[in-house]
Design a protein around this ligand. Structure first.
Ligand code: ZN
Length: 508
């Protein structure tokens, strides 16, 4: 096993160096460094690929598989050997030419998308997206599938899911969501004027950092910095970076964005130290997260903290005074109840990242529907705007004025990511399943939350999710709490309790 562990640890070092360079590129690097940095990251990823596909690694994995074959299926070394074997299989299927073509394409496509979005001109982006989809279909064929070409793409982000499993899941969720949305839309809109006042960035940052620390973001093992697009990235479990953005005239963005990223960070920080330099710490398939078992499980941790904790009245019963002290003038005429109501309002909008809790998943479903159809060839890129606009009208009753606020709003497709969108909704649903389980089994968690306290919640999440890192799948962790992956019932009950009840002040 020694050779195996040494090889994987060295590979892990290279991948963590990629993350360090990526963090710097997105956070600190001056614009002029972009081209060189692109080469540096490509070189390191190439080295990682060579290390994965080296004959020595192949032999080491075979030996590790043999040594651990009789052990419990959940034995850490056995899991590690299987994970690396799967990574070797994945990478050996993708031709180097295709990888190169995709890397080049994402650079060109990113620039075209930025221009298309700024001018709301889909025609500029269209040929680039056509090429991206063609390359994605080539990748799907190289990876192999026996059903839908979307399957191997989704697997990169959310192992265990397929086009078929997701179609059933989203159909059930949609049927449950629409009546709740109908009920919520009948409700009077709360006051929101104060959210758009002038909020100096430094004060927002100070408030966000203090909140993150109170929620458990370890000061010795993490940082919070500023970027246009918030994200979380890990260099090791002892060095986890998050970023947030400070919209000067819209306060909720920084508060809930920071709580969201803190949720991602706590997951990484909570990984069992035994998993940090071994195979489990390395995401060799996608070169993304360090510790999380899947994108959907990661998102469940961020959405749980953001929505179940951060938007709750009990949380603000504890933190509102601190907010008002930070912004005394802006909050001079605002009550705690008004603030809580404003950040929980339901207001269908055009933009996903600004969507409320109840309409968010409808934005996701539209993107997934389009991705699947692009992959199986039933939708042409040229027809995306019309499909998009029709769906916004159908689901949210909104007219899309231009493609910048429509199908050009997200960065994902321009970076070549096809198959990641489902994980946002999987995160929402999984978060509700975990909270339902904790409510049923661990009353200390809710008692703590009712006091604005998250210690018991953190202990429970550490035990159920964080410490396992990538050594258990999302389905296995859910099975451990008696839940089934993709069962939206707990989520629908949560949304109904929160939004449908509030829509009817008379109570029924
Ligand atoms: Zn997230």
């Amino acid at each position: 096993m020694n050779d195996f562990h040494t090889r994987v640890a060295r590979l892990n070092d290279v991948l963590c160096a990629v993350n360090a360079l990526s963090w710097d590129a997105r956070t600190m690097m001056p614009k002029g460094g972009a081209e060189t940095r692109g080469h540096q990251i490509a070189t390191l990823k190439g080295i990682a690929r060579e290390m994965i596909l080296a004959p020595g690694m192949h032999d080491a994995v075979d030996a590790a598989l043999e040594t651990t074959a009789d052990r419990d299926p959940r034995d850490l070394d056995r899991r590690a050997a299987e994970a690396v074997a799967a990574a070797i299989d994945h990478h050996s299927r993708i031709p180097a030419d295709l990888l190169r073509a995709q890397a080049e394409q994402s650079t060109l496509s990113g620039a075209a998308w930025a221009e298309a979005r700024a001018t709301s001109d889909f025609a500029i982006f269209r040929p680039y997206l056509e090429r991206t989809v063609a390359l994605a279909r080539e990748q799907a064929d190289a990876l192999g599938h026996d059903g839908h070409p979307y399957d191997p793409m989704v697997r990169i982000f959310e192992p265990g899911e397929t086009a078929a499993s997701l179609s059933t899941f989203f159909a059930t969720l949609r049927d449950g969501l629409l009546p709740i949305l109908d009920a919520a839309r009948g409700r009077a809109q709360p006051r929101t004027d104060f959210l758009y006042r002038d909020y100096p960035e430094a004060c927002q940052q100070a408030f966000a950092l203090e909140t993150a620390r109170l929620l458990g973001l370890d000061a010795d093992r993490s940082r919070l910095d500023s970027t246009v697009h918030p994200f979380e990235i890990s260099l090791t479990r002892n060095d986890v970076r998050i970023t947030s953005r400070w919209a000067r005239t819209y306060l909720p963005m920084s508060i809930f964005g920071s709580i969201h990223e803190t949720g991602h960070a706590l997951y990484e920080l909570g990984a069992d130290p035994r998993l940090t330099r071994g195979a489990h710490a390395t995401d060799m398939i996608g070169l993304y997260a360090v510790a999380g078992t899947s994108f959907g499980m990661h998102e469940s941790q961020s959405r749980l903290l953001e929505n179940h904790v951060g938007r709750s009245p009990a949380f603000w019963a504890r933190h509102f005074a601190r907010l008002r002290d930070t912004f005394p003038d802006q909050f001079a005429d605002v009550t705690e109840a008004e603030f809580v109501a404003s950040v929980n309002r339901v207001e269908p909008g055009l933009v996903r990242v600004e969507a409320d809790e109840l309409t968010y998943d409808l934005h996701i479903m539209l993107r997934v529907e389009i991705e699947m159809a692009l992959m199986d060839g039933s939708l042409a890129v040229a027809d995306i705007p019309s499909v998009w606009n029709a769906a916004m009208q159908r689901d949210l009753g909104l007219q899309v004025p231009d493609d910048g606020l429509g199908c050009l709003q997200d960065v994902h497709w321009s970076s070549g990511y096809i198959g990641s969108f489902p994980t946002y909704t999987i995160g929402n649903v999984t978060a509700a399943q975990i909270m339902a389980h904790l409510d049923a089994t661990t009353p200390a968690v809710r008692e703590g939350l009712d006091r604005g306290e998250t210690t018991a919640l953190r202990d429970a999440l550490f035990d159920l999710v964080w410490r396992h890192g990538r050594s258990r799948s999302r389905a296995e962790m859910l099975e451990g709490i008696g839940a089934v992956a993709n069962d939206p019932q707990a989520y629908l009950r949560y949304l109904k309790g929160k939004f449908a009840a509030a829509s009817d002040p008379a109570g029924s």
